[in-house]
Design a protein around this ligand. Sequence first.
Ligand SMILES: NC(=O)c1ccc[n+]([C@@H]2O[C@H](COP(=O)([O-])OP(=O)(O)OC[C@H]3O[C@@H](n4cnc5c(N)ncnc54)[C@H](O)[C@@H]3O)[C@@H](O)[C@H]2O)c1
Ligand SMILES: [Zn+2]
Length: 350
Amino acid sequence: MEKVSVKTPGRSYDIIIGRGILDEAGNLSLKSISSGKALIITDSTVDGLYSGKLADSLQASGFSVEKYVIPAGESSKNTENLLDIVNFLAENNFTRSDTVFALGGGVVGDIAGFAASVYLRGINFVQIPTTLLAAVDSSVGGKTAVNLPSGKNLMGAFYQPNMVICDYSVFDTLSEEIFRDGCAEVIKYAMIFDSDFLERLKLPIKNNIEEVIKRCVSIKSHIVEMDEKDNAERQLLNFGHTFGHAIEKCSGYSISHGKAVAIGMAMITRASVKKEFCTPECLSALMELLNAFELPCSTEFSVDELYKVLLSDKKRKGDKINLVVPEKAGRCVLKKFPVADVRELLEAGM
Ligand SMILES: NC(=O)c1ccc[n+]([C@@H]2O[C@H](COP(=O)([O-])OP(=O)(O)OC[C@H]3O[C@@H](n4cnc5c(N)ncnc54)[C@H](O)[C@@H]3O)[C@@H](O)[C@H]2O)c1
Ligand SMILES: [Zn+2]
């Protein structure tokens, strides 16, 4: 079992990583919260696989357990489900010393965390990620949200969990497709922060999964500790994401987040080579990994289609947009561009 500690101004918490530790989730969580009422929030797929195990462990540690299940999929991350969860907590008399357990991927973690942050202005919250993407990314750092009809993640809060319990044995039931989405985020961490890690990713990731998760969450917690509210360094975690979000949106979200980010990283790196922000070796290192993980690296959408969506990007500040560009393999920097120049970068990245 491995532990990574995160210290933000609002809250310090541990990320516990191990194989088979879902059975110990009750006792592990008692290190940061007291037993009381527990609401397991999960989705319709994960429910049948793992919520029984979690409920048993929590009950054995003295929790009284309720469960709330949302349909699997991004469309469940909506305001109707959010309000329904908050009403469920109220009707079942949850107090501030009771706890929401998010058991699932990023969708469950994001909506459950937001519900925990607004109910009674904040009750206890434990993240139990069940996808690789949630384990290495969304369960850590305290971004919680739901989608609005006008866009993704437009309503949310920064709300750090009391603990993250990551049992990677649950990845055994993940499809290759969904596992690969998480691999794109793993490559992202290595590209922005760690050239040695980039080298180690050439080894089969599944044989090294504990080390991989630990390295990713260590990088993320280090960045979140410097900039919890996403005003500066945290934006580095958006490497590949600005172009990636445009691709996701153009596809009506039929291209998954991980695949879109993979394409976005390839595009901004190709553009960076052409603009001489980085060397061709940096692009080769990225492409070698994207190919090894069978992730895509180009898009069918046109520059015009992508540019139109980019103009409505929520990270745009007036007529400037911050992009994360690689300087070399294992190091990225934030660069501010006039929005008009981004069209040229898109062209260079195709
Ligand atoms: N908060 C953040 O910092 C942050 C960061 C990145 C992404 N996100 C959000 O995360 C979401 C994407 O997360 P995701 O990729 O985990 O998607 P997801 O939660 O939709 O999970 C993907 C699919 O895998 C299934 N699944 C989950 N665990 C399983 C398991 N162990 N075995 C079998 N099936 C399983 C789910 O039922 C779902 O159908 C997006 O909404 C995105 O906006 C948030
Ligand atoms: Zn991402």
